[in-house]
Design a protein around this ligand. Structure first.
Ligand code: SF4
Ligand code: SF4
Length: 168
């Protein structure tokens, strides 16, 4: 299992073309989804997200209305103030949490999430291998990028290649 973030970045980038081929492989064969989820659960159990927090430094967080309600309540401010002070507009994703390149999410302090109990649903479910709508083969496009910064995703894709007899 590789957890070093420098290595994950290097290997994840290096394996982008291979992971693209793997995506096609998954889509053109039939696999049992619950085996993928079970393997991801095993890998999640071995990785401590509280010492990693790399997704909070690399990925923007799209917000839904219920996230805005929950976070405003948690911070004891009005939703309008929350939107003004803690969010920004993204061309593709719409309203997202404020994010600074090199620093990450506005609520990240060191490796700690300062709104942990009220964090958006996307953060609760991340990296969406165990919890996520749709099958993993059809959501593989999301995981190629995540494999460059998330140890859970990187190691899960490597395990899936073994499980499915994918030729590298
Ligand atoms: S809200 Fe918390 S868990 Fe979500 S990206 Fe920001 S710091 Fe990370
Ligand atoms: S989900 Fe992935 S990137 Fe985020 S903290 Fe856990 S291992 Fe790190």
């Amino acid at each position: 299992m590789i957890t070093d973030l420098v290595q994950i970045k290097r290997l994840g980038e290096q394996k982008r073309p291979e992971n693209e081929r793997f995506r096609k492989h998954l889509k053109s064969h039939g696999f049992v989804e619950r085996n993928f989820r079970a393997k991801a659960e095993e890998i999640e159990a071995e990785i401590d997200c509280t010492v990693c927090a790399n997704c909070c430094k690399n990925a923007t967080v799209k917000l839904h209305d219920r996230d805005v309600e929950k976070l405003s309540k948690f911070l004891r401010i009005k939703p309008a103030q929350f939107l003004r002070d803690y969010t920004q507009e993204d061309e593709e994703q719409g309203t997202v949490l404020k994010f600074e390149e090199g620093k990450g999410c506005v609520f990240l302090d060191g490796n700690d999430c300062t709104v942990y109990d009220a964090r958006p649903q996307i953060c609760v479910d991340f990296p969406h291998l165990v919890r996520g709508n749709g099958t993993i083969p059809f959501r593989m496009w999301q995981f190629i990028d995540r494999a460059t910064y998330c140890p859970i995703v990187y190691n899960a894709l490597e395990a899936y290649k073994e499980m499915t007899g994918f030729k590298r």
